[in-house]
Design a protein around this ligand. Structure first.
Ligand code: ADP
Length: 477
């Protein structure tokens, strides 16, 4: 089995222990052994980053452009090979995995351009003979802590803007899917980036925790669970670190009577079940008005039952396995909860066997009109959606907003009036009309409101808000 050391200060360094990266489509297939960092490696990476910071934070936009453009080009050139690694370690089907690698490549290309566009403002002073200029500077050493569900796109959309703004980066990817982050680090190691500017520390939550605690780290960008995110917020606040959090979603998709049925069915099947429902933007609450409810349920059940669940690398699979045994157990637990609280499982919700031993689970649709039901409130993070019957738009929007989370939301309707009202009324960071709640562009802001996100938006031009700080210059003449 090939070994995968840590990348610190421009060198590949053995970790303290190793862990096996297991293919969820076939648990007998070990993707590789990946090293776990210890606290001493965190200290080494921070020292290397702090040593590299003065020069990198003053590097020219051209230097940054060249590095980011190189990384983006290589990701795009190797999208099939890296997509297959991604599918193998995470369980997303191959076309989705290749799409994710492309996205990562384009993210680097986008931020290569952004490196050239970092600027400030010249503002007229209220005093004679004074010039006022605002300028953006790097924040310092940033710790990036990422989850398993987008193992290359999320490391990319944090690393690229961080480097574009002149920060030094320590990336701590999810322990379940270190392979893509390691491949990204390997590309970065050949990109011309000075030593120490980027380090990769694979390992479990303790490594992330040590980064959050380290006084040499100036900012933390985290994507993951609400529990860990909340803890990180408290600890960053205590040490005055800048922080940014992307956490859960319980994303509503409203379907009104006047919706185009096939459009609504496509949006739901895609948004709820593609990528095995393991997306924080997945549509997990369908709210349908009474007139369309029966035919929508029929059509959805038919489409969902027909989805082929199987090995992520099998060309006939439409839905891959869930990521690991813990997630499978969680999905199955929620099916029991659904039954216990009076929900009707309309289809799916069962463990599925396949040619190879893996964590296969059939996409589940559950009917329960009680907005207080746990299935209508808690994020499952699997291919599980609930459907609730509502009387009209007013009830739909009230229930859609009745959540502590607010990442993404959608409406299917042919009414301009309701589409417009919904875009205005919905409490979410992203809103979709006649489209799935998941599946977003790589060059525009991403993020939520309420308990879903904290801090400046990620991706697009606004990503610079987090990765820079502003200095106001006064010059008298
Ligand atoms: P999930 O339950 O989806 O795995 P987590 O929030 O546990 O989500 O994990 C997201 C990322 O946060 C992973 O890289 C994980 O290792 C890291 N992590 C877990 N616990 C901590 C912690 N206490 N401090 C910092 N990072 C952590």
């Amino acid at each position: 089995m090939s070994s995968h050391p840590l990348f610190i200060g421009g060198e590949w360094i053995a970790g303290s222990t190793q862990r096996s990266n297991i293919n969820p489509s076939d648990i007998e297939d070990v993707v590789g052994a990946y090293d776990d960092a210890a606290a001493s490696h965190v200290a080494l990476a921070v020292d290397a980053a702090r040593a590299a910071l003065p020069a990198w934070s003053r590097s020219t936009p051209q230097q940054r452009f060249d590095v980011l453009d190189f990384i983006g080009s290589e990701l795009l050139a190797r999208k099939e090979e890296l997509g297959s690694l991604l599918a193998r370690e995470e369980g997303k089907i191959l076309p989705e995995a290749i799409g994710e690698v492309s996205r990562a490549g384009y993210v680097f290309k986008f931020f290569a351009g952004e490196a050239l566009r970092i600027g400030g403002q010249a503002i007229a002073s209220v005093r004679a003979g004074i010039e006022v200029i605002t300028a953006r500077e790097a924040v310092g050493v940033v710790g990036l802590i990422t989850p398993w569900n987008f193992p290359i796109a999320i490391p990319a959309w944090k690393t690229a803007p961080a480097l574009a703004c002149g920060n030094c980066v320590i990336l701590k990817p999810a322990e379940l899917t270190p392979g893509c982050a390691w491949a990204l680090a390997e590309i970065i190691s050949r990109s011309g980036l000075p030593q120490g500017v980027f380090s990769l520390l694979t390992g479990a939550g303790e490594v992330g925790s040590a980064l959050v605690e380290h006084p040499g780290v100036s900012a933390i960008s985290f994507t993951g669970s609400i529990g860990v995110g909340t803890q990180i917020a408290q600890r960053c606040a205590a040490s005055m670190k800048k922080f940014q959090l992307e956490m859960g979603g319980k994303n509503p998709l409203v379907v009104l009577d006047d919706a185009d049925l096939p459009v609504a069915v496509d949006a739901i099947v895609n948004g709820s079940f593609y990528s095995t429902g393991q997306r924080c933007t997945a549509s997990s609450r369908i709210l349908a008005t009474e007139g369309i409810y029966p035919k929508l349920v029929d059509a959805l059940v038919q489409r969902t039952r027909a989805l082929r669940v199987g090995h992520a690398l099998d060309a006939s699979s439409q839905i891959g396995p869930v990521v690991d045994a813990r997630q499978l157990a969680k999905d199955l637990d929620y099916m029991q909860i659904a039954k216990d609280e009076g929900g009707r499982i309309l289809c799916g919700g069962e463990r599925v066997s396949a040619a190879r031993p893996g964590y296969y689970f059939s996409p589940a649709l559950i009917a329960n009109d009680d907005p207080q039901a746990r299935l209508n409130r808690e994020e499952v993070f699997g291919p599980v959606a609930t459907i609730m019957r509502v009387s009209d738009y007013a009830q739909a929007i009230a229930l859609a907003n009745d959540s502590s989370l607010g990442l993404s939301a959608g409406i299917c309707t042919s009414s301009l009036k309701y589409a417009t009202q919904f875009r205005r009324d919905i409490q979410a960071g992203m809103v979709m009309v006649n489209a799935p709640t998941a599946g977003v562009d790589y060059h525009v802001p991403f993020g939520g409101i309420k308990g879903s996100s904290y801090g400046p938006r990620e991706q697009g031009g606004l990503a610079m808000e987090f990765y820079t700080r502003v200095k106001t210059h006064y010059v008298a003449s």
